[in-house]
Design a protein around this ligand. Structure first.
Ligand code: FES
Ligand SMILES: [Fe+2]
Length: 368
């Protein structure tokens, strides 16, 4: 159902939760890109305050176990893989398998008391990413958010699978992504411009997904998109369609097309945004993009664009979004009392997702 946006009371009081959680635990989060977990490597992560080490077992499957040796608490990620399947702690040599069990104690009688183990977490590899399940409910692979756009696509049309850390609560980043009016200001010239401020906004709810559209007609093409279209007309329509999938992944279809034409006829990319809370004040942000409506078969040009899109998006997120969002976090934390944001017409999407997420958080808390 498509609804015209209307001002709604926010019902959103950011404050305590931007400092202390909570997180939706019974859900999949991206722990790493699959490429990041190479054979023989140990990848340290923090997910929802839990230290985790990822590695590939001998059978190629990724294991995720607690990154804290139960002996003297050295991070297991400082150790090394031995025997194909086990991590040996760097400090005193205890060895743990992918289930978290200690399988070798080289000291004394060599006995292994039952408490000598670490937690392990369900992991699935899908859409070129390693997904981790942090909750107590059974992990359901069918609940991995749909990023099939990343499957079976030529690498030349996919930008680098990249990541950054933003020192802010993941919900501030969802707010950022569901209100792309900021592209006209924070990313002026590359992702938006003065013409794209005036946009028709639509908000749809599709099950528990929220889809926010922004359509700006009669715009100069923003710099990034102009490069996709050799000899583009001076005025085009600029479209964005951002889908939030609970709890914190988003998929954006954006680009430019002839004025009045269907967006699918244009050129642009599907952008992938995957947010993983490290803790209440820090978020690991994985991103990539897949082009559509490619207008040339020139490999050299397409490779050049592949590189440019990757660099431009990293610049936009790390150098333009992150400083503002991190400053927001600091300002909110420093406020002497909880703050209640003034809600504008552009905030319908952020308000809508927050209600759904809050409902899910409450349901999870009620289940205990
Ligand atoms: S801290 Fe790991 S074996 Fe001692
Ligand atoms: Fe942005």
């Amino acid at each position: 159902m498509t609804t015209q946006p209307q001002l709604e009371p926010s019902g959103v009081k950011p404050h305590q939760e931007l400092i202390s959680g909570p997180y939706l635990r019974n859900a999949w989060y991206v722990a790493a890109w699959s490429d990041d977990v190479a054979d023989g490597g140990l990848v340290a992560r923090t997910v929802m305050d839990q230290p985790i080490v990822l590695y590939r077992r001998a059978d190629g499957a990724v294991a995720a176990i607690e990154d804290r040796c139960p002996h003297r608490f050295a991070p297991l990620s400082m150790g090394k893989i031995v025997g194909g399947d086990r991590i040996r702690c760097a400090y005193h040599g205890l060895e743990f398998d992918g289930s978290g069990a200690c399988v070798r104690n080289p000291h004394g009688s060599k006995t292994i008391p039952p408490r000598l183990r670490v937690k392990s977490y369900p992991v699935v590899e899908k859409h070129k990413a390693v997904w981790i399940w942090m909750g107590a409910a059974p992990a359901d692979e069918a609940k991995v958010p749909d990023f099939a756009v990343l499957d079976n696509v030529p690498e030349i049309f996919t930008t680098k699978r990249d990541s950054i850390t933003i020192r802010a609560n993941y919900q501030l980043i969802i707010d950022n992504l569901l209100d792309l009016s900021h592209t006209s200001y924070l990313h002026e010239g590359i992702l938006g411009n003065a013409d794209t401020v005036e946009s028709e906004i639509t908000v749809e709810q599709d099950g528990d997904d929220v889809v926010v559209g922004r359509h700006a007609t009669n715009s100069a093409p923003p710099g990034m998109f102009a490069q996709f279209w050799p000899n583009h007309p001076p005025r085009v329509d600029k479209f964005t369609r951002m889908r939030w999938m609970a709890p914190s992944t988003l998929r954006l279809v954006t680009g430019i097309c002839q004025m009045g034409a269907a967006p699918e006829s244009g050129t642009g990319y599907t952008a992938v945004h995957m947010l993983t809370p490290e803790n209440a004040r820090s978020t690991l942000y994985h991103f990539t993009a897949v082009r559509f409506g490619v207008m040339t078969n020139d490999d050299r040009l397409n490779r050049d664009l592949q590189e440019k899109i990757a660099q431009m998006r990293r610049f936009a997120f790390a150098e333009q979004d992150a400083p503002v969002i991190e400053a927001q976090q600091r300002v909110i934390e420093a406020a002497p009392a909880p703050l209640d944001p003034i809600i504008l017409a552009v905030d319908v999407g952020p308000v809508r997702y927050k209600r759904i997420l809050d409902r899910m958080l409450q349901a999870e808390a009620a289940r205990g």
